[in-house]
Design a protein around this ligand. Structure first.
Ligand code: B12
Length: 230
């Protein structure tokens, strides 16, 4: 008997890969229990890797890095649309999550109710949460832009990653100009505040608004991470 769901999953992965996805994974998010995941037990987590040269130069050309982060939303959105067409063609329901939200203030950061792409990605076995509070993948480190789709399609899910592989490494801790990274190892259940002061990171980068007309993109934590570097 033909395993239809397995066959569809293969088609989906192949199509996404052919269209530029650097990583694709499937995670069981049924236990995460938010409004959004109700009715959608499976998360499709996908990522497009950053350009290495742009990241390597982000300390000298922050503007190029900033533009790169914005531009990467285009291929990620395209992949989501391609996957969406396949899923709906097969009769499955899905919901795609906003890629990111421009956080312009402390209040906005406090109130954001986004389903974290990083949660979907660890559930899908794509990587772990680094000391820097970003998803770190073995292939590309944290230098990957994430997208997530929640679906009722019963795809086979991966073994989740539930603890970090950062060990004693503290390169991101040392690289952060604001001291926002606390040198704490993650395992499932460790909250972001234990790892990283998101408010400090946000506030310090917002201080650039009068000078450059927008929030500074920094990027030094993800530049410093050795994981996935050739
Ligand atoms: C708010 C936000 C910020 C805030 C807070 C950052 C943070 N680390 O949370 C600020 C403004 C500081 C920020 C900065 C940046 N951000 Co930002 N940001 C977001 C946003 C919009 C929401 C994140 C959020 O608040 N989640 C809620 C909190 C509580 O969860 P969380 O911190 O995301 O992660 C926790 C859970 O995932 C949990 N978890 C992990 N696995 C599991 C499994 C289970 C079962 C459970 C229950 C929980 C769980 O562990 C994590 C730590 O506690 C996401 C987009 C999105 N919707 O995910 C992008 C996102 C996290 N940002 C991203 C990026 C690229 C950046 C910057 C590099 C951008 C820049 N330079 O301009 C910096 C990096 C700074 C840093 N070290 O984080 C990327 C990260 C990609 C990656 N590889 O991880 C995302 C995913 C956007 C995207 N679509 O790619 N960002």
């Amino acid at each position: 008997m033909v395993d239809i769901i397995g066959e569809r999953q293969e088609i989906l992965v192949r199509t996404l890969r052919e269209n530029g996805a650097s990583l694709v994974g499937f995670g069981d998010v049924s236990a995460v229990g938010t409004e959004l995941t109700r009715g959608y037990p499976v998360a499709i987590s996908l990522g497009v890797k950053y350009d290495e040269k742009i990241v390597d130069n982000c300390h000298i050309d922050e503007e190029a890095f900033h533009n790169h982060l914005q531009e990467l939303k285009i291929p990620v959105r395209r992949l989501i649309s391609i996957a969406g067409d396949l899923l709906s063609g097969w009769g499955y329901q899905y919901e795609s999550l906003p890629l990111s939200t421009m956080i312009e203030s402390d209040k906005q950061l406090r109130e954001i109710k986004a389903f974290p792409h990083k949660t979907a990605a660890t559930c899908a076995g794509l990587g772990w949460i680094g000391k820097c509070a970003l998803l770190v993948t073995p292939e590309y480190g944290p230098r990957i832009s994430l997208g997530t789709m929640l679906t009722d399609a019963g795809f086979i899910t991966a073994e989740p990653i539930t603890r970090d592989r950062c060990g004693e490494c503290s390169l991101c801790v040392e690289a952060c100009p604001y001291g926002a990274i606390h040198n704490v190892n993650w395992k499932r259940g460790v909250e972001r505040t234990k790892l990283f002061d998101a408010y400090l990171c946000n506030a310090k980068r917002l201080e650039y608004v009068p000078k450059i007309g927008r929030k500074h993109s920094c990027g030094l934590c993800l530049q410093a991470c050795r994981v996935g570097k050739k």
